[in-house]
Design a protein around this ligand. Sequence first.
Ligand SMILES: Cc1cc2nc3c(=O)[nH]c(=O)nc-3n(C[C@H](O)[C@H](O)[C@H](O)COP(=O)(O)O)c2cc1C
Length: 170
Amino acid sequence: MLERYHQYSEQMLSQLKNGIFITVKDRKGRVNTMTIAWGHIGIIWGKPVFIAYIRYSRFTYDLLREAEDFTINVPKSGTLKEALKIAGTKSGRDIDKFEEAPITKQRARTVKSPIIKECPLNYECKIIYTQSQEPALISSDIKERFYKNHDTHIMFYGEIMDVYHMEDDK
Ligand SMILES: Cc1cc2nc3c(=O)[nH]c(=O)nc-3n(C[C@H](O)[C@H](O)[C@H](O)COP(=O)(O)O)c2cc1C
């Protein structure tokens, strides 16, 4: 169990509503990042995990299903707004977001997916479980609001292998 995996949870969760990045490199070597605003941090099977919710339609989903891991990249509050907008409105199928945003890939410490250099707080996560939502079990008001087009979310459970804040290393 990674000690103090929750050390930066407050910072991550308060930024989550404005958007953070999930970055993935798949087994074919394809790399992409996208903005997310849904997620959890907690414990399952005695392991610290970050759970991300990714719709089937995302290019990021295509990569995650072919990947071993992902990283979660948290901007400093109020920064990288344009990059979050680009990563959250354009698809990696059409553009290279690292060029367009622009943001910089940096080698992670323990996983194959890179982190984002401009984000001071990064989580490195190994995918240990994937689950799709069961539409029949979603309440009708939520289904009406979020899933009229049946593009439901897949939950990717990432065991937190490492978490660090760059500014702590200075
Ligand atoms: C603030 C914000 C939060 C978002 N959160 C999520 C999310 O949690 N899950 C999701 O599937 N899409 C979310 N999106 C939408 C994706 O980021 C967006 O569709 C993106 O263009 C997908 O890129 P891709 O096709 O390269 O994967 C969010 C977008 C924004 C702007």
